[in-house]
Ligand binder design. Sequence first.
Ligand code: ASP
Length: 307
Amino acid sequence: MKQYSLAIHGGAGAISRKKMTEEKSCAYRAALSDALAEAENILLRGGTALEAVEKAVMNMEDSPLFNAGKGAVYTHEGKHEMDAAIMCGKTLDAGAVSLISTIRNPIVLAKTILERSEHIFLAGEGAMEFAKQENIAFEDAAWFNTEFRFNSLQKAKMKQKIELDHNEREDKYGTVGAVALDQYGNLAAATSTGGMTNKRFGRIGDSPLIGIGTYANNKTCAISCTGKGEDFIRAMVAYDISCLMEYKGFSLEAASRFVVQSKLPVKSGGLIAVDSKGNIVMPFNSEGMYRASVSNSKAKEVFIFQP
Ligand code: ASP
């Protein structure tokens, strides 16, 4: 069997070890394992990295546990504005969407843009119009509601601040992403998010920005980030890691450690990445990051905190 590697995340932030119950931990682990297994199946059956990362992210978008698709956080006005991106490391083709609502799986819309649009990034009304033309699945706004996220908004409003969806409170967790290397040697990355609780409408984070929250290039690596978007945008995280590898000869491990530990502010988040040889790294500088990985040479691992 040729090399394949796969990693996924379900958000990084202040996930308190003390407050993590056995029940919650089991629920996250099961959700991560399920998404990982579905995507691994695609790779095992000869599917592409692009198909695998789309499937993993779709799976987590459908889970109310994560801040993407169903379960996305609320804007200040009590609405959902979702962002997503996907990128193919072989062709450098990408599809990204921002400021969309009522699209069941934002990542499917992003992949459709990659495949069927002359553009890379569509936002707001234009993205929604494209989705209708392409028969992308919509849901009522109510389908995205979760009591838990609604309560988070009320608490955040009371505190009069914009919160990272999982920052400071253990009832907050997040954004989803996936990276993969397939049997044909191709890399892909995908990320999907509701952004930050109580965000101003029109705010766009790092997740849909190619080269920042999402990036894939067969020459180097595939990356999906999670954390405080504004910090990731300032540090140009994903492309910076790729550049350190391409122009400075850094290993994936060294490049991502440098960017996460030395360029990002402390406690801003983390990322998952895989290189063209199949090495996987999942560094973060926050308290925890929901994550899981598997490859043809390494059995499934699921983590929430530092091992
Ligand atoms: N990076 C996302 C954003 O800022 C949030 C997250 O990863 O939880 O929109």
